[in-house]
Design a protein around this ligand. Structure first.
Ligand SMILES: *Cc1c(COP(=O)(O)O)cnc(C)c1O
Length: 434
């Protein structure tokens, strides 16, 4: 490792043009201290900063780079499409093919509307749910993140948790008064909310498996109660698969767990993987609800760059590459990586919990199992910060927050695992405070 002088110089410079020098707060090192790396290039599982340091990347742009950085096929198709113009503001074939691919993979999705970010997808899903039911209340779970829209920025997991803000200034009280926050994995609390508000609840929104307070899969009892109560009281279920969609299986968490268990959501939101590294997200679901959208229905929703051709081809190519062999690799790789991390921490006597949701995993610096946001917040974030920096100094880049999942890609290989394994020796010691 060379000193990150150039990154420091640029980060200093960025402070006078961009708040905190970052375009999204999770990229700042607020929770762990220090200066974020300014990135120059990536190839496969590795990224290189402007000081020339190379890292094994377990961030993967927070999910989209499931095939690894600069995958030759993605780069090829993207360049080809961009050469024919990157935007028309008119329909084109790639968005149709992408919509068809999503519908083919995820059975509850009969129609898809493309937008540019997960936040926008969720915003559209809520508007649709309210229009479809004629009701206002939205139930969300503490620690679940659904983007930065006003009404859901209450107890919203990683970003805000990392910055220790319960809510955000600038969100008028009126914007959250139709949001009910319930503890995650607590079917009894959810039942009480439905008993009390029954016919006023438009939708329950949940991360299909929570992964923005660290990885906290739903218990079967909780998932069953959620779908059952919503169905019984005429509320829609919105499964937010922005992180898990097309990552934890070819049909996301729904394909892995909810589908086989017979749980059917009304609407789903997607992002991250479906843009293949470009700004693209989507809301999908039941035909009758989706066709409430303009122009087939009265619910207004629009976007100048929605379904952008370059983003669509990047997403389509990525999904076409994400076949069985890729998911098998992600599963086994994430399993091995998680085991290696846990073994290293155990060896140094560091209290921790390894939790998984398919091939997403995270390591909590706490002795007890994590079922909800309160459990997650009980972590030793100082131990995490020492662990994080030690890994970074030894060529391994993980999300700079104790509340995030690790992301593996199709390109991660045994050499990367060896680098991780070697880096974990000092990192576990650092976490232990030796
Ligand atoms: C990342 C994420 C979002 C927000 O997506 P953006 O594209 O960042 O707006 C919403 N929901 C979940 C579950 C996410 O992980």
């Amino acid at each position: 490792m060379t000193p990150r002088n150039e990154s420091e110089r640029w980060h200093e410079r960025a402070q006078s043009s961009i708040p905190g020098g970052v375009s999204s707060p999770v990229r700042a090192f607020s929770a762990v201290g220090g200066t974020p790396m300014y990135m120059k290039s990536g190839a496969g599982s590795r990224v290189t900063d402007i000081d020339g340091n190379s890292y094994v990347d377990f961030i993967g742009s927070w999910g989209p780079m499931i095939m690894g950085h600069a995958h030759p096929e993605v780069v090829h198709r993207v360049t080809e499409v961009a050469a024919d113009s990157s935007s028309f503001g008119a329909p084109h074939q790639h968005e149709v093919l992408l919509a068809e691919e999503i519908i083919r993979r995820v059975a509850p999705v009969e129609r898809v509307r493309f937008v540019s970010s997960g936040t926008e997808a969720v915003m559209t899903a809520l508007r649709l749910a309210r229009a479809a039911t004629g009701r206002n209340l939205i139930v969300k779970f503490a620690g679940c993140y659904h983007g930065h829209m006003d009404s859901l920025l209450v107890q919203a997991g990683s970003g805000v948790a990392t910055l220790a803000m319960a809510n955000s200034p600038g969100v008028p009280p009126g914007h959250v008064e139709d949001t009910i926050v319930v503890p995650y994995n607590d079917p009894v609390a959810l039942r009480h909310v439905f008993d009390e508000h029954s016919d006023r609840i438009a939708a329950v929104i949940t991360e299909s498996s929570a992964a923005n307070m660290g990885v906290v899969p739903p218990t079967t009892e909780f998932a069953d109660a959620l779908f059952h109560l919503a169905g019984k009281h005429g509320a829609l279920v919105i499964l937010d698969e922005v992180m898990t969609g097309f990552r934890v299986s070819s049909a996301g968490w729904w394909g892995l767990v909810d589908g086989p268990a017979g749980r059917v959501p009304d609407l789903l939101t997607f992002g991250k993987v479906i843009g293949g590294g470009f700004p693209l997200a989507a809301v999908g679901g039941r035909k009758d609800v989706m066709e409430l959208l303009a122009p087939t229905g009265p619910v207004y929703q629009a976007g100048t760059l929605s379904g952008n051709p370059v983003a669509s081809i990047a997403g389509l190519t990525t999904l076409q590459l994400c076949q069985r062999d890729v998911y098998d690799h992600l599963d086994s790789y994430a399993h091995q990586a998680g085991e290696i991390v846990s073994e290293a921490l155990t060896k140094e006597g560091v209290a921790h919990r390894l939790q998984r949701a398919g091939n997403l995993f995270s390591v909590f610096f706490t002795a007890d199992e994590v079922h909800n946001f309160d459990d997650s917040k009980a972590q030793d974030t100082k131990a995490f910060a020492r662990f994080f920096h030690s890994l970074l100094d030894h060529g391994v880049s993980i999300p700079p927050s104790a509340f995030e999942a690790w992301f593996v890609s199709a390109a991660h290989n045994q050499d990367d695992l060896q680098i991780l394994s070697d880096a974990l020796v000092p990192a576990a010691r650092a976490a232990a405070g030796h």
